[in-house]
Design a protein around this ligand. Sequence first.
Ligand code: ZN
Ligand code: ZN
Length: 352
Amino acid sequence: MERINAARALFEQFGLDVLLVQKSKNRRYLSGFSGSSGCLVITPERAALVTDGRYTVQAKRECAPDTAVLLQGASLWQTVGEVAGGAQRIGVEQDAVTYEQWGKIAAAFPGRQLVPVMLDGLRRVKDQREIRSIEEAVRIADAAFAKLIDELRPGMTELQAAARLEFFMRDGGAEGLAFSTIVASGARSALPHGQPTQKRLQPGDFVTFDFGAVYNGYCSDITRTVVLGRVDCWQKKLYEAVLDAQLAALAAVRPGIRASEVDAVARERLRQSGHLAAFSHGLGHSLGLAIHEEPRFSPACDTVLLPGMVMTVEPGAYYDGVGGVRIEDVVVVTETGCRKLTQTDKQLLEIG
Ligand code: ZN
Ligand code: ZN
């Protein structure tokens, strides 16, 4: 009920009579229900999850006792309308419904006003239980990577390496993948989001792995770049420059600092080493039930960090036709600084 009451704080802010929660992550966060279909209806007095027959048993198991579970009638919106009663101002998640759905909701509430709202901000600060789930998702990914490294050899394809990594995560307890695994080798490592291909791993390749597990609904996200065979001098220099930026940014993460200031720390280090122009994305992002959440470590994000925010720190440098490096850890902001959840070592590994 604590979370639902936090959502009710929006009632005053937006003058709402009822709030309809449809985004699956927000629905889950507020009700506990992890199914993929339904609408959580929050009024000042009650909370009810309306869903269809595929999910009612599951919903009754997952929802807190103070959230009623209702089977939808002729249509989802008809039943939602009954729960909402005579509500005049209806909060609808603007970033969750399509234009078509917006029209259907408007038709179900004739003469009433739909008010666009965003709820993701409720999920910014994680509680201890959420942090433990993320920690376990990180541990599963760390353990999977250690197993992959044991069997990684030249001649394997990027797809085979991705498949092994995904197998080890699933085998180690992951409910699913946090996102499509990235494996990018050789010149392809210059693609920050290179999807794995049939390309075989070759001696001398940089290989970047970016992957994550889901545990209890919560995501992890880790990137490591390794070298197959012997490290070349340019590879060592590039890796050290990215690692230097990453360590400096990690050291800057603390409550009270703006997200953009942490991003600037990494950028300044990469400027000093001459790689700033090769850093083509933000420094990191929050994560939780979703793999990308607010706030972001980017020049544009002025959000002040708070204890309990969970962030990635992932600088990179990419040279088209040559290769690239990215190094990513997950940290939780503490009362005094941050605690790194990712345990995988960051020494540049020479493999095979
Ligand atoms: Zn990542
Ligand atoms: Zn990330």
